[in-house]
Design a binder for this molecule. Sequence first.
Ligand SMILES: [Zn+2]
Ligand SMILES: [Zn+2]
Length: 332
Amino acid sequence: MRAMQLKAPAPIEQKPLQLVELPDPEPGRGEIRLAVKVCGLCHTDLHITEGELTPHQPHIVPGHQIVGVVDHCGAGVSHFKPGDRAGVPWLYHTDQTCHYCRKGTENLCEHARFTGYDVNGGYAQYHIVPEDFAYHLPEGFEDVQAAPLLCAGVIGFRALRLAEVKPGSRVGLYGFGASAHICIQVAHHWGCEVYAFSRGQQHRDLALKLGAKWAGVSGGDLAVKMDSSIIFAPAGGLVIEALKTLDKGGTLALAGIYMSQIPPIDYNLIYGERTIRSVANSTRQDAIDLLNLAAEIPIHTEVELFELERLNEALGRLKDGSIIGAAAVRIA
Ligand SMILES: [Zn+2]
Ligand SMILES: [Zn+2]
């Protein structure tokens, strides 16, 4: 099969992902094989490709927002059959036995494995996944439109939950990319007012088009305070800016897997019972809930599509902030 493989982490400008031919993988017991149609881009792919995340495997194939069609089922598979459409997110496997799994937080599993990080991901013609960690996708979504739901959507949804967003509350979103452009639609569905903070004019324009109450740059003087905020951009300095506009009792969720160093925080910024918390991965229930909600609202995703061979260029565009909404590659 054709796949885009990471030889060694390097800046994306050096095109560290190479088109290679790999043996077609075969599903084992309880696993399904997908003929991959589309795989969505995520900032985590950049952090893996550029080495900000320590490699778990040499020569990995990244990609963890996979939409494909089941073409082969291993023994014992019961929830999927050949021809079914399926989606695969970041969470690839959990042990179900550790302390965290047993208390319902499998996203924190001691032995969790992740798609496109611990095992080869979706920038390839085929993908093998345990059927228990694959999802049926809502019918109203084309393959391309469904891809960003799988990480941008699922992680964004978990971030909204962990930021304790309540119906009708005021929500600040910092960094308006793939995840925020889905989150704003969920927040509106809950009757919230959304404030979008982004350095990019086109990102702010998208936020306003999607119904943001306000869009601007962080650091200015806003007359109102947020009940909940989420930072999607991997910039630690934004924590200070977000705390300055967070109301007493409010919660700030940090949605990224990687963030640059957070500057020292003056205690006054968190005094007033403000909470800061990170968002780490997601549970299978998060994915199920988000996919159901996406169909119910329904969520519309804006996706710029690239061919698989142009993955380096596409990730470069993600890095320089010129992707408006989400991006994905098509596997022909
Ligand atoms: Zn992701
Ligand atoms: Zn576990």
